[in-house]
Design a protein around this ligand. Structure first.
Ligand code: GDP
Ligand code: CA
Length: 317
């Protein structure tokens, strides 16, 4: 069985880990958002790819959801002593090794997809990890007061508190999906949109020319899981992103934002039990929809959520 997942960082990574536990023999491909990537101190940082790699490689800082367990910050503290660096963005010592390794391989001429595969060898994630594109597409936030900030600066430094007017992706027009991305969608038995940020994680992946069409036309069913529970994000500030694009923060509104195929990208939508009304509304519109517990508290619970999602489209092995 071949399962393809479109993922941001923490939400997508936790879901992928539960899915892997549910169907350990499946061929799982995770297509990761790389719009949050940036150059810092001359090294390439790929937050969502790293969160996936560490989570699936059993090295993640579990409570934090991202970064390495047993991390230290001696290097970034020492950079600060020179008056350099960004006090708002932490580069842990162990994490920095990942960025240095990635940068060395990129400088050696490898595309990000091959670099990602090379770094993942060490972590044995049990899935094929693909960046959405090898091109440097970065999400920027145009704020209501006229600033143009890298997404991570808006998110981490300003805690998404500066009202966003628009999200734009650099280099989008010339970007192409990374090798393997379109085939992973076309050849899948089922495609899953996990609980990830619908605007700056999944939305960015869908914006890469060709990916949205691949979802519309794949023979595989496409099922999503709501990242909103009871009208609020579970973690993070996705509500600030949704507000900026004029979408209400609710399980129902996010489903409608993705849309139902063939015009949209989904066939089915799993919401939390607290939002069962949304499932009923969607069902009456012809969606396959259902409700369940969707809080990914641990791996067995998350495996159960993955099973509930696959069952909605009859893809539970
Ligand atoms: P990021 O790149 O680290 O922000 O991670 P993602 O884009 O993958 O996921 C962020 C989204 O996942 C947020 O909108 C959260 O509301 C959602 N999320 C996180 N944990 C859970 C959970 O346990 N259950 C559900 N349903 N959504 C979650
Ligand atoms: Ca992210």
């Amino acid at each position: 069985m071949k399962i393809t997942v479109l993922s941001g960082g923490v939400g997508g990574a936790r879901f992928a880990r539960g899915l892997r536990a549910l169907v350990p023999t499946a061929g799982i491909t995770v297509i990761a958002n790389t719009g949050d990537d940036m150059w810092l101190h001359g090294v390439r940082v790929c937050p969502d790819l790293d969160t996936l790699m560490y989570t699936l490689g059993d090295a993640v800082h579990e409570e934090q959801g991202w970064g390495r367990r047993d991390e230290s910050r001696r290097t970034s503290d020492d950079l600060a002593a020179y008056g350099l660096g960004w006090e708002w963005f932490t580069l842990g010592d162990l994490d920095l090794a990942t960025h240095l390794a990635r940068t060395e391989l990129l400088r050696g001429g490898l595309p990000l997809s091959q670099v990602t595969a090379r770094l993942a060898e060490r972590w044995a994630p049990g899935v094929t990890l693909l960046p959405m594109t090898d091109d440097e597409v970065e999400t920027h936030v145009l704020t209501a007061d006229g600033r143009d900030l890298h997404f991570e600066e808006w998110w981490v430094r300003h805690r998404a508190a500066l009202p966003a007017a628009r999200f734009v992706q650099t280099n989008l027009a010339t970007a192409t999906p990374a090798p393997g991305v379109l085939a992973a969608i076309a050849d899948a038995d089922v495609v899953v949109v996990p609980p990830s940020n619908p605007v700056v994680s999944v939305g960015t992946i869908l914006a890469i020319p060709g990916i949205r069409d691949a979802l519309r036309t794949t023979a595989a069913p496409v099922v999503g899981i709501s990242p909103m529970i009871g009208g609020a994000p579970v973690r993070g500030m996705a509500d600030a992103c949704l507000t900026a694009i004029g979408v209400e923060t609710s399980a129902l509104a996010v489903a409608r934002h993705y849309g139902r195929r063939p015009d949209g990208v989904l066939d089915a939508w799993l919401v939390d039990d607290r939002d069962a009304d949304a499932a009923h509304a969607l069902e009456s519109e012809g969606w396959a929809a259902g409700s369940a517990n969707t809080l990914m508290t641990d791996v067995p619970t998350t495996a159960r959520i993955a099973a509930d999602a696959l069952a909605l489209v009859g893809a539970l092995p």
